[in-house]
Design a protein around this ligand. Structure first.
Ligand code: FAD
Length: 482
C-alpha cells in the first residue's frame, strides 16, 4: 500500500486529539509525518524569538513522542508545497493529511498545497483541531461575521458542543525505508548571538507532556478559585496554558471537556469552569476575527483609526516601556516578567497595553510587535485582536475613555505588592501603601527601602494627568470623525 504524508505545523505538536494524525493512522497506509520549516513567512510576522525557542523544544519533544509509537518526524526546510511535492514523489505517497489553518500565512500555505495536490494528483484531506468552532460556521442572522464577543459566544454555545477528544494512538505504522530528514538543530531556532533563554527554561516545559501536567495541576489546584482570583497576578491562579495551546500541544477541545468533567464531579466548580471556558471563547473570537479580517495584525478594524496620530518607531520612550523602566511599578513588573519568562499575566497585559497606546499614545503595532517577539504564546489571532482591543480600534474594543490607571490597578490586583516585588527587586522593601506609587512616599520611607527615585528606580516617565488629557483629545477627534 502506498504511504501517506501527514503535515505537521507549529500548531499541531501533539499526539492526543490530533484528528489529522489519528485519521492518517486509521487509513491503514504507512504514515510519514513531515514538518516543513518556512522561515520566510512572506510578511513581518515570521516567528518571534521567544516562540522560536519554544518551537525548537516542542519539536524535539514531539519527535521523541512519535518515535515512542514507532514513527518518526521528517524535517525539511523551505516552501511547504514544494517540499510536500518532492517528498510525495520520493516516497510514492498518494494522500496528504493536514490540519486547517486560519491565519494569512497558513491559509496561503493551504491554498498552495491545494493547487500542488491538484496538479500532482495527490489527495488532500483536511481536518479541524485548532479551534472549538469553525469560524465559517458561526454567523449573525444576516450571515455576517460577529464583531462583538458576547453574542458571538452565545451563538457558539447554541452549536453542538465540541465532540469528545480523540485518544493518542498507541502506534503509527511507518514506511519500511524512511526518507532523509534534517535535525531540529539544523533549523537554528536557539537564541543567538547570546543565550537569553535561561528564564524561559526555568519557567516552562514545552511539549505535550508539559501541557498535560500543567492542565492537571490547574484543574486540581487552581480551577476552584479561577473566577475569584483570575485577575490577580500576585496569586498566579490562571492556567498558564497559553503557549501550550498556541503550539497545539493540548487541544482546547480537551480543555473544554476537562472543565465540563470537573463541573460534573463537583457543582461548586461550575462558575469557575464556565469562566475558564469563556476565556477559551475569547481565543475563538480572536480566530473568528482573524479569519474574517485577515489583515487584523496590521490594519485597524475601525477604519476611522487609519489616520490616528499614533506616535511610532524606536525611541527612548518605547525602550523604557519595553525594558520595564517606566517608573510605574505594575507596568515595569509586567514588562520584566515578559522579558524574563516570555509570558505576562492577562490583567497586566491589559494595563501595559493601555499605558502604551493611551498614556504614551504609541502605535499599537509597536506594542504588538514587541509582544510578538517576546511572548512564548505569541499568537497571530489573540495578539492582534487584543492589541486592537486595547487601542480602541478593534472589534468590541475598550472604549476610548477607558484608560487603565496603573496605580489603582496595581493596588486592586496586587494589593500587597508581591508581584511587583518579584519582578522589580529594587522596590522589594517598599511598604504596600507606597509600592505602586513610590513617588508619593515620604523621604524617610524611600531611604529605609533603599530607593532613590531617578537613580535606583526611575521617576514616572509621564505626568499621567497631561498624558490622559492628550489621549482623550486625540481619541475624541477620532470619535467625532466616526
Ligand atoms: P487562562 O486565563 O488560563 O485562559 C485559558 C486560555 O484561554 C488561555 O491559555 C488562552 O488560550 C485563552 N485566553 C484567555 N484569555 C484570552 C484572551 N483575552 N484572548 C484570547 N485568548 C484568551 N493570548 C495568547 O494566547 N497569545 C497572545 O499573543 C496574546 N497576546 C495578548 C496581547 C494583549 C495586549 C492582551 C491584553 C492579551 C493577549 N493575550 C494573548 C490574551 C491573554 O492575555 C492570554 O491568553 C492569557 O494571559 C494566557 O494566560 P493563561 O493561559 O493563564 O490564561
Amino acid at each position: 500500500m502506498s504511504s501517506c504524508l501527514l503535515l505537521i505545523t507549529d500548531t499541531t505538536l501533539r499526539l492526543a486529539d490530533h484528528p489529522a494524525l489519528v485519521r492518517a493512522g486509521e487509513s491503514g497506509a504507512p504514515v510519514i509525518p513531515l514538518y516543513v520549516h518556512d522561515d520566510d513567512g512572506g510578511d513581518d510576522w515570521t516567528l518571534g524569538g521567544a516562540a522560536r525557542w519554544w518551537l525548537g523544544r516542542s519539536l524535539a519533544v514531539f519527535q521523541d513522542a512519535l518515535e515512542g509509537i514507532g514513527s518518526r518526524l521528517i524535517i525539511r526546510k523551505g516552501d511547504a508545497a514544494a517540499e510536500v511535492a518532492a517528498l510525495a514523489a520520493e516516497t510514492g505517497a498518494e494522500t496528504l493529511f493536514l490540519t486547517r489553518s486560519y491565519d494569512r500565512h497558513g491559509r496561503a500555505r493551504e491554498a498552495a498545497l491545494k493547487r500542488m495536490a491538484a496538479a500532482e494528483g495527490l489527495t488532500l484531506k483536511r481536518y479541524g483541531g485548532h479551534l472549538l468552532f469553525e469560524p465559517d460556521t458561526i454567523a449573525t442572522q444576516k450571515g455576517d461575521p460577529y464583531t462583538v464577543f458576547s453574542p458571538f459566544w452565545r451563538a457558539c454555545l447554541k452549536e453542538k458542543p465540541p465532540k469528545p477528544p480523540l485518544d493518542a494512538p498507541k502506534a503509527l505504522a511507518g514506511p519500511v525505508t524512511w526518507p532523509d530528514s534534517l535535525t531540529v538543530a539544523d533549523l537554528d531556532l536557539a537564541p543567538k548571538p547570546v543565550d537569553w533563554a535561561a528564564g524561559l527554561r526555568g519557567t516552562w516545559t514545552p511539549g505535550e507532556g508539559g501541557a498535560l501536567a500543567r492542565a492537571d495541576a490547574f484543574i486540581v489546584d487552581s480551577l476552584a478559585s479561577y473566577k475569584k482570583h483570575r485577575d490577580r497576578p500576585d496569586l498566579a491562579h490562571t492556567s498558564a496554558l497559553s503557549p501550550h495551546i498556541r503550539f497545539g500541544e493540548i487541544s482546547t477541545r480537551t480543555l473544554w471537556h476537562r472543565a465540563q468533567e470537573a463541573m460534573l464531579r463537583n457543582e461548586s466548580l461550575e462558575a469557575s469552569a464556565e469562566h475558564f471556558t469563556r476565556e477559551l471563547g475569547w481565543r475563538e473570537f480572536s480566530y473568528h476575527l482573524l479569519y474574517h479580517f485577515p489583515d487584523l495584525a496590521d490594519a485597524p478594524l475601525r477604519t476611522n483609526f487609519t489616520a490616528f496620530p499614533w506616535r511610532q518607531g524606536q525611541s527612548a520612550e518605547l525602550t523604557a516601556w519595553q525594558k520595564g523602566r517606566t517608573g510605574f511599578p505594575i507596568i515595569d513588573a509586567g514588562m520584566r516578567q515578559l522579558w524574563r519568562t516570555g509570558w505576562m499575566h492577562n490583567r497586566v497585559r491589559m494595563i501595559v497595553a493601555s499605558f502604551l497606546v493611551k498614556e504614551l499614545l504609541w502605535h499599537w503595532r509597536d506594542g504588538e510587535a514587541w509582544f510578538w517577539d517576546t511572548l512564548v504564546d505569541a499568537d497571530p489571532a489573540s495578539n492582534a485582536a487584543s492589541w486592537q482591543w486595547a487601542a480602541g480600534c478593534g472589534a468590541d474594543a475598550a472604549p476610548y475613555f477607558r484608560i487603565f490607571n496603573p496605580i489603582l490597578q496595581g493596588e486592586k490586583f496586587d494589593p500587597e505588592g508581591a508581584y511587583v516585588r518579584t519582578y522589580v527587586p529594587e522596590l522589594a522593601h517598599m511598604p504596600p501603601e507606597f509600592i505602586h506609587k513610590p513617588w508619593e512616599a515620604p523621604a524617610l520611607v524611600l531611604s529605609a527601602a533603599g530607593v532613590t527615585l531617578g537613580d535606583t528606580y526611575p521617576a514616572p516617565m509621564v505626568d499621567r494627568k497631561q498624558a490622559r488629557d492628550r489621549a482623550l483629545k486625540a481619541f475624541e477627534e477620532v470619535k467625532t470623525a466616526q
